[in-house]
Design a protein around this ligand. Sequence first.
Ligand SMILES: Cc1ncc(COP(=O)(O)O)c(C=O)c1O
Length: 437
Amino acid sequence: MISELQSTELLASVWTHLSHFQAIRGEGVHLYDAEGNHCMDFTSGIGVVNTGHCHPKVVKAIQQQAEALLFGQMNCVIPSTTIRLAEELNTITPQHINRFFFSNSGAEATESAVKLAKAATGRSNVIVFQGSFHGRTHLTMAMTTSKTVYRHKYQPLPSGIFVAPFPYSYYYGWDEDTTVDFCIKQLDLLLHGQTAPDETAAIIIEPILGEGGYVAAPSRFLHHLRKVCDAHNILLIIDEVQSGFGRTGRFFCFEHSAVRPDIIVMAKGLGSGLPISAIASTEALMAKWPPGTHGGTYGGGSAIASAAALATVQTIKEERLLENSAFRGNQLQDGLKKLQQKFPVMGDVRGIGLMLAVEFTKPDGTPDAKMTAAVTSACVAKGLLLLSCGSYKNVIRWIPPLVVTEEQINTALEVFGEVILSLNPNHSSEHYLKLRD
Ligand SMILES: Cc1ncc(COP(=O)(O)O)c(C=O)c1O
């Protein structure tokens, strides 16, 4: 798929790369290079381009905004686009969530949420969950437990972060109820043994673990967190950075369980590729955040990023992308489950909407990172971009843009099935072909 490549020697080597595809253009689910080669981006740039690459409505909004105002620094003036974006976000958040603060990245927004929680409660500590990913700044590194690579050689990290187990049934090998009961008990133990409730400002959770392996938190567990928070005046922060903006078939994943967040963290899908993030909270909590104690040069000031975000939310509504996410998600999940019947190496197929994953396991049930790496690189070679995740690097996530079509999903499933078949020669292609029908 790749021919003449530009030299990349001037780029820092700290970046890892799923592929060396040198993209110059994007449209919908496709990326193109200078030679006209294309690939199917089923990573959405790690959950960013939910509206697809270069959605015409988002591009037009950016172009129009660029001609009017690029930047209005929030401490100096108030760009009208920022006000309009807050109004638009107010239409998709629960009624009690009606104040918005803007920044540039997911990590920055997570830091903002923690600072708001500390300011509003006067408490120092935060509870996160095993497998969490909240970013790569020093505080958010301390809040991230999905892989040691994110902290390796950077420790010690900021203190005051406590880790509770996430209800990851497949990992524990228990049914959902047993797993949730265990996690509830362990959280209680943490609040008795390590961080007292009156020192705990917030509990922060991804409603679907992202980098940690695409595991949805059961509704009963989320409601239990709400109960614990209410009992001790702890704030419940929901990190929707990866699961937000239609990814799971609703604007926000927490809507599936109807749990009530105190603070919502948003980024990625909000800007369709422009760097913008936000936290949303209640009037009462935001009123406890002393003016001037938080902010930044660019947050809320980039009129282009705000215009892109405004157009993104409007496009998701106008083009019924929530419905498409749910519908295509079912198609994809069904297709993956069908393949799972044939290939036992696909130990688990899970997720909600278009936030799906396949966990690869060896016959003894242990993680199969080697197979996962082989499958992703063979898919990339065939022009299908799929990313892995999970602490053991044995999960492949499926997060195509929400504009993905039935045909594109069928094509991707076909490539995936062929790749797994080629890596599992014990399975006859006859059987596989039968399953495709
Ligand atoms: C759930 C979650 N929170 C926070 C972040 C950090 O976002 P960013 O990389 O924009 O700083 C990520 C990034 O992958 C994420 O998935």
